[in-house]
Design a protein around this ligand. Structure first.
Ligand SMILES: [Zn+2]
Length: 270
């Protein structure tokens, strides 16, 4: 099992644009990946291999873009959840399917542990991201410049193989009627990450809910992640990141705003 994201170690900050921004723009090497309305195309970034752009198409078939909605309700929930006993029995079945003996000493308590762990790893199904933002809305008069929370760690599971993917989310918005508590943006990320996901859907869901509840002048979301289902199956080398982004409002309409966002995200990272 891996560590859960810990919001107390999150390096979040509110960033305001400064006059020194112009210098930073010159070192920017990011290119926009948003090709058309409502779609985000995956892009590869390999820190160990500069300019490995030719690899990009290989990642695309793995993750099929789908319509994203912040309020998507998993259909299975409408049928009711199985009991804990049923869930544990299912884990025992998978253990036997994998070729092991669920009754041997080391595995005896595993089904119970797995079911308990699922409660946390997939706890996002029990959280309403809209409610999260509504509940903690705070008026901050007079501040309408960019609010950026970056390096929000998350752990999710791909919906294709139920294998973890993890990374960092960066969120920016231009408030129109107030600023939400910064830790709540991290909880929004957690809410969507702790479900079966594609990175593209998660990126869009984060942007959707911020747009619909906070009604900002613009919102930008960048997610960079490593997918273990690719690393473990040997399709890609370890250390390869997939980057997805969503730009709404001012960030969508003005390329300079995208540059500003990306510069702030990359700022201080060398
Ligand atoms: Zn997968």
């Amino acid at each position: 099992m891996y560590a859960k994201p810990d919001s107390t170690t999150m390096k979040s900050r509110v960033a305001r644009a400064g006059d020194a921004m112009d210098a930073a723009l010159k070192s920017l090497s990011y290119r926009s990946v948003e090709a058309e309305e409502g779609r985000v195309l995956p892009m590869m970034r390999n820190d160990n291999a500069p300019r490995a752009e030719a690899q990009a198409p290989e990642i695309a078939p793995e993750i099929a873009p789908e319509p994203a909605s912040a309020t998507r309700v998993p259909e299975g929930l409408a049928l009711g959840r199985p009991s804990r006993e049923e869930a544990e029995a299912a884990v025992r079945t998978l253990l036997r399917w994998a070729g092991d003996d669920p009754n041997r000493e080391g595995l005896r308590d595993t089904p119970a542990r797995v079911v308990k762990a699922y409660g946390q790893l997939f706890g996002g199904y029990d959280t309403d991201a809209e409610e999260l933002l509504e509940r903690v809305f705070e008026e901050v008069e007079g501040y309408s410049d960019i609010v950026l929370v970056r390096d929000i760690p998350f752990y999710s599971h791909c919906e294709h193989h139920m294998v973890p993917f993890m990374g960092l989310a960066h969120i920016a918005y231009y408030p129109t009627k107030g600023v939400v508590g910064l830790s709540k943006l991290a909880r929004v990320v957690d809410t969507f990450a702790r479900r079966l996901q594609t990175q593209e859907t998660m990126t869009a869901q984060i942007a959707d809910v911020i747009e619909s509840i906070l009604k900002p002048r613009g919102v930008a979301v960048l997610v960079e992640a490593e997918h273990l289902c690719m690393a473990m199956r040997g399709v890609q080398k370890a250390g390869v990141s997939t980057i997805t982004s969503q730009f709404r409002g001012a960030f969508k309409n003005d390329p300079n705003e995208q540059v500003r966002f990306l510069t702030l995200v990359r700022g201080g990272k060398g």
